[in-house]
Design a protein around this ligand. Structure first.
Ligand SMILES: Cc1cc2nc3c(=O)[nH]c(=O)nc-3n(C[C@H](O)[C@H](O)[C@H](O)COP(=O)(O)O)c2cc1C
Length: 177
């Protein structure tokens, strides 16, 4: 199975989260995981993917313009139904606790539904998420005055999302064979 992680990031907080997600997904020996900053992300690769995970910093409660512009280039894939039934998941960082994490993740999920993707969140019975409560994907608050770009808890949450996506995608692709 092939999984593509696409992220936007200016200050590397979201980059660290994206890398943790890719790491978690790679724990599945059957997974080939690709990861790209949105500026390098190749839309032509999407057709060959079984799962796509995209994320960004929250900008005023919504998707960063860099990632949104990239998502808006996926119209021809929508027209051809190319992303239907691919697994999707999202992630986000913000500087403050109530700074729009959930709003941004909802906004990231919406185009996945329009594309006909099967969206995977992070349930409460995932140990890393039991207290975090990040159900819509991996959403992590990264205070700007912190010495670390991403906490160990945030990395664990990211790995958990990657793990879940590869598990669900593996089950789906096995069922289709
Ligand atoms: C234009 C812009 C708008 C932002 N809006 C918010 C916001 O509404 N709430 C918030 O908590 N952080 C906001 N931030 C901060 C970023 O979401 C936060 O620092 C994020 O972790 C940066 O990720 P990065 O280092 O991967 O770029 C904003 C940053 C920018 C540049």
């Amino acid at each position: 199975m092939k999984i593509y992680v696409v992220y936007d990031s200016e200050g590397e907080h979201t980059k660290y989260l994206a890398e943790a997600i890719a790491e978690g997904a790679s724990e599945n020996a059957d997974a080939e995981v690709l990861i790209d900053h949105v500026d390098q992300a190749d839309i032509r690769k999407l057709k060959d993917m079984d799962a796509i995970i995209w994320g960004c910093p929250g900008h005023f409660g919504t998707i960063s313009s860099g990632l949104k512009a990239w998502i808006d280039r996926l119209g021809y894939l929508w027209a051809e139904g190319e992303l239907i039934d691919k697994v999707g998941a999202v992630f986000c960082t913000t500087a403050t606790t109530h700074g729009g994490l959930e709003m941004t993740m909802h906004n990231l999920i919406t185009p996945m539904f329009h594309q006909g993707m099967i969206v995977v969140g992070l349930p409460g019975n995932v140990p890393e998420n039991a207290l975090y409560g990040s159900y819509y994907g991996a959403g992590v608050t990264c205070p700007v005055d912190s010495d670390v770009l991403m906490t160990e808890e945030g990395l664990q949450l990211g790995r958990a999302l990657g793990r879940r996506v590869s598990q669900v995608t593996g089950n789906l692709t096995a069922g289709r064979q």
